[in-house]
Design a binder for this molecule. Structure first.
Ligand SMILES: Cc1cc2nc3c(=O)[nH]c(=O)nc-3n(C[C@H](O)[C@H](O)[C@H](O)COP(=O)(O)O)c2cc1C
Length: 208
């Protein structure tokens, strides 16, 4: 474990929270990022409201193109809704024991004065950067989940019509709002390890 952890974290002492409570702020952040992993089985326990609120606070701290912040969140804790949410995404039984599901949504439009006429009337137009913003939101959410000792899995919704349709219908989304990602969250019922994705061959110095 220690050898694997040393490989994963380099300068940081280890990746086992029981053995190593990092105190250096950089180590704490690195440990959080490198420990994040997809978790697909949960023990059914409810997640306290205060924790849910902090997860959403972290999500909303994401960067946003032109600071438009197109994100909207639908929080589900009623398990009777889970089936219909996953109707278009096969073999999702594994997520039924999650304590909550957060559906990360994006308003694909923005309503504001145009650049050409900043003092003029607000106009509704497409926001070309919404995908980038909600991807950042989703990763922030996953990192906060990890920080609270919870587990989560980013499950695909956008851009698959068959996956989005039941989510849209169940949640009553307006046409301009896209269900981007469905994120089940819960207390893990199994041990889960992060993957080591460090690959220096992906780094190009100066040019390709
Ligand atoms: C856009 C996106 C869609 C994903 N969709 C699913 C999904 O539908 N079901 C699932 O089990 N995992 C899904 N995942 C999780 C990936 O399988 C997982 O991130 C990948 O295997 C790497 O593992 P890790 O998250 O543990 O590092 C998705 C991840 C992303 C970023």
């Amino acid at each position: 474990m220690m050898a694997a952890a040393a490989m994963l974290f380099g300068a940081c002492c280890c990746n086992d929270k029981q053995e190593c409570a990092a105190t250096d702020p950089a180590d704490v952040v690195m440990q959080n990022i490198l420990n994040r992993k997809s978790v697909r089985s949960y023990n059914g326990e409810a997640i306290p409201d205060s924790v849910m609120q902090n997860l959403l606070r972290a999500a909303m701290a994401a960067p946003s193109g032109m600071d438009i912040r197109p994100w909207q969140f639908i929080v589900l804790t009623d398990k009777s809704q889970y089936d219909s949410i996953f109707e278009g995404n096969g073999n999702m039984n594994k997520f039924m024991e999650s304590g909550a599901i957060i559906v990360v949504c994006a308003d694909t439009t923005v309503t504001r004065p145009t650049r050409e006429d900043p003092d003029g009337p607000a106009v509704t137009m497409p926001n070309p950067m919404w995908r980038d913003d909600v991807a950042a939101v989703t990763e922030n959410l996953l990192l906060a989940v990890e920080a609270y000792g919870l587990g989560a899995c980013w499950t695909a919704c956008y851009p698959f019509p068959n996956t989005m349709a039941p989510v849209r219908k169940t949640l009553g989304l307006p046409d301009n709002v896209i269900p981007y990602a469905v994120v089940p969250i819960g207390y893990p019922s199994t041990e889960n390890s992060p993957k080591d994705k460090w690959d220096p061959a992906r780094i190009h110095n100066g040019r390709w």
